[in-house]
Design a protein around this ligand. Structure first.
Ligand code: TRP
Length: 457
């Protein structure tokens, strides 16, 4: 059955038993990098780096990416491709029915993240449109206050979710892949171009100095450690089965360890490049005071101010910057939404269209809370990153390290040299779980306290 209606807007209901597949390995790579590269690399990475004191934070985040991120990435790829099922089914396939609740937790996490992610993405659509059509706002501080909460924020959240739903309704190869193979190269060129432009600014040196000179006195606080761990998971799209879901649409062939390293490198590369655009621009214009406040909104205040002061060039660069953010946000949202949609399609037997429609409306409603309150948005972000993703990652490392029968055989079954894989299994068994327990031990009380503080006003 095929209800294709032209473009990627049309739904594609595949006949039962024939699961959609990526059409090429570049298609899968573009979609996976599209999932990883997003607001996390640009907005969240820059504001956390500013808040947590620069290069020392970047270094810790890189360490988490290498020691724990890449191993869990490979675990997700292996579970997804090996089972050919979305997360709930994949976990049951290798571990039995008692692991299904973990898959359900992934779906819940997907709902939570997508709900507030879509609100922030809505801001970026608004900024991009304004930059293209009318220029930068005259007073970025009060402008952000105006658009970040309330009816306007809600409307742009709905707009963004509608786009996401339209693409996911097209299916994996005809929706997600088709958009990603075009969008990701564009994003990459935009980011490189802006970073090169930033290097030509007078005084950009102080920005590089701030960004790249590590001051390790800051790095050893628990707060910085927890944020670096959470950021590594968020940025790589790990801990809730998003990469697993994408991998479930892979054919048998393909070198998974190499894919894991490539995806993670591209993700870190874009985050690093984002720092190379944001910090020189902000410091060149003497706006580090705003950035140093390190709150959710700083990027949306400091950068427009910088673009405003740059005049005509600023408007062009600013437009490119916000368009890049929109592209990153959209391709990431596709993967978050695919987790939820595939769970309904595979688990409840719904058609893709029905799943997209009902789940999309649910996300629109849940996101309403974040659209009307920045405080709620902030807590949703903390609960998701410092709690849900870390718990998910912990469970995944235990699952692939200890529960699964032959992870090494599965991981290398599509090609590639299995010689290095015992190191992978060692990291999954002995490094990831204790580290994540340690991080959670410190993050749970503060995350919980922030959550409760919401209700005390
Ligand atoms: N990685 C994306 C970003 O950096 C966000 C994202 C997409 C994500 N899918 C995810 C985060 C799954 C966690 C889990 O913006």
């Amino acid at each position: 059955m095929d209800f294709h209606v032209g473009g990627f807007i049309g739904g594609t209901d595949l006949a039962q038993g024939s699961r959609d597949q990526w059409t090429s390995s570049f298609g899968f790579f573009a979609a996976a990098v599209g999932s990883a590269v997003g607001l996390g690399n640009m907005w969240r990475f820059s504001y956390l780096t500013a808040e947590k004191g620069g290069a020392a934070f970047v270094f810790l985040y890189l360490a988490f990416t290498l020691a724990i991120g890449i191993p869990i990435m490979l675990a997700e790829l292996t579970l997804g491709r090996g089972s050919g099922k979305s997360p709930i089914g994949a976990l049951a396939h290798y571990g039995g029915a008692r692991w299904k609740p973990l898959g359900a937790l992934f779906v819940v996490t997907g709902f939570v993240i997508l709900s507030y992610y879509s609100v922030i993405a809505g801001w970026t659509i608004r900024y991009a449109l304004e930059a293209l059509l009318v220029g930068m706002p005259a007073d970025p501080g009060s402008h952000f206050g105006l658009i970040s909460e309330g009816g306007g924020a809600f409307i742009f959240h709905i707009v963004f979710m509608t786009l996401t739903m339209a693409i996911v309704a097209g299916g994996v190869s005809r929706g997600i892949e088709r958009v990603s193979v075009i969008a990701m190269p564009i994003l990459f060129f935009l980011v490189c171009g802006i970073a090169i432009y930033a290097s030509t600014l007078e005084n950009s040196a102080s920005g590089y100095a701030y960004y790249l000179n590590a001051d390790f006195r800051n790095a050893f606080s628990m707060d910085v450690l927890v944020s670096a761990a959470g950021q590594a998971f968020f940025s790589l799209s790990l801990g809730m089965g998003a990469i697993m879901t994408f991998a479930s649409y892979l054919g048998r062939e393909g070198n998974l360890p190499r894919q894991a390293v490539s995806i993670a490198s591209a993700d870190f590369g874009v985050a690093f490049l984002a720092g190379l655009m944001v910090f020189p621009i902000v410091f060149a214009l003497g706006l580090q005071g705003i950035m140093g406040e390190g709150t959710l909104g700083t990027l949306f205040v400091a950068l427009p101010r910088a673009f405003l002061e740059m005049g005509a060039a600023g408007r062009v660069v600013g437009s490119f910057f916000f368009v890049a953010l929109v592209i990153g946000a959209l391709t990431s949202a596709l993967s978050l939404f695919e987790v939820v949609v595939s769970a309904a399609v595979d688990g409840l037997g719904w058609s893709r269209r029905k799943a997209v429609l009902l789940m999309g409306v649910l996300v629109m409603l849940l996101g309403g809370a974040a659209a009307f309150s920045l405080a709620i948005l902030d807590v949703m972000d903390q609960v998701a990153n410092n709690l849900l993703l870390l718990v998910g990652g912990l469970a995944l490392s235990i699952f692939a390290g200890w529960v699964m029968d032959d992870p090494i055989g599965e991981a290398s079954s599509g090609g590639g040299d299995p010689k290095g894989l015992p190191v992978w299994r060692f990291l999954l068994r002995w490094v990831a779980p204790p580290t994540l327990v340690f991080v959670l031990w410190h993050s749970v009380p503060s995350t919980f306290a922030n959550f409760l503080a919401l209700f005390r006003g």
